[in-house]
Design a protein around this ligand. Structure first.
Ligand SMILES: CC(C)(COP(=O)(O)OP(=O)(O)OC[C@H]1O[C@@H](n2cnc3c(N)ncnc32)[C@H](O)[C@@H]1OP(=O)(O)O)[C@@H](O)C(=O)NCCC(=O)NCCS
Length: 174
């Protein structure tokens, strides 16, 4: 069971199968998945992919958290993740994804900051990484505001990304 990572504005709670349809609907928006490799165009593979990630085992303290606003607690607005890099580790990936209508209000940054504190203070991870497409300016901005630094290029699932990293000792920005 993952701990809640609630913030002043947000309810950030373990993602469950109850969020499956909301997650699929979010991913079907091409604006949302524009910079992310995945089986978005194949409904069967897409559902299997998300279901697997919802039901597989993650190491203690890792997984996905769904985001809702305290002002509208029934409405799914996205998720943040902290999972083994490429499914296996040893690095741990941090990530964020929101429905289009929730962009631009600081929600991803607020949820990600709570997640970084969890990663370093509770799970005691030495570092977290994120692979971000160089055209994904909003996501790059979220990463940089957390204090993440670019460490080099990364290829994943046939897509070119930039790898960003935040080391626990360097945590100053949040
Ligand atoms: C990336 C994403 C989660 C950001 O969510 P968000 O809640 O809108 O992000 P925030 O509001 O916390 O911060 C976004 C920052 O990027 C900036 N930004 C947004 N669009 C931008 C653009 N086109 N160019 C430059 N900066 C941009 C915002 O101004 C903000 O910076 P600021 O706080 O200094 O003003 C959201 O855009 C999303 O879900 N995208 C699709 C999924 C995705 O790409 N996930 C990341 C994969 S690596």
């Amino acid at each position: 069971m993952l701990p809640p990572l609630d913030t002043p504005r947000l309810l950030v709670r373990e993602r469950t199968l109850a969020d499956l349809e909301s997650c699929l609907e979010m991913d079907r928006d091409p604006d949302v998945t524009r910079h992310i490799a995945g089986p978005w165009g194949d409904p069967v593979a897409h559902r299997q992919f998300v279901q697997y990630r919802m039901t597989r085992h993650y190491p203690p303290g890792l997984g996905y958290w769904s985001i809702r606003e305290r002002s509208d607690p029934e409405r799914f607005v996205g998720w943040v993740l902290l999972i083994p890099d490429h499914g296996a580790g040893p690095d741990v990936e941090i990530g964020w994804r929101l429905v289009r209508s929730a962009w631009g209000r600081g929600i991803a940054s607020e949820a990600a900051a709570a997640l970084v504190r969890h990663a370093f203070e509770t799970v005691r991870l030495p570092r977290v990484v994120a692979d971000i497409a160089s055209e994904n300016h909003a996501s790059l901005r979220v990463a940089r505001k957390l204090g993440m630094q670019r460490v080099g290029p990364a290829m994943s699932d046939g897509m070119q990304y930039e790898r960003y990293r935040l080391v626990r000792e360097d945590l100053t920005a949040i």
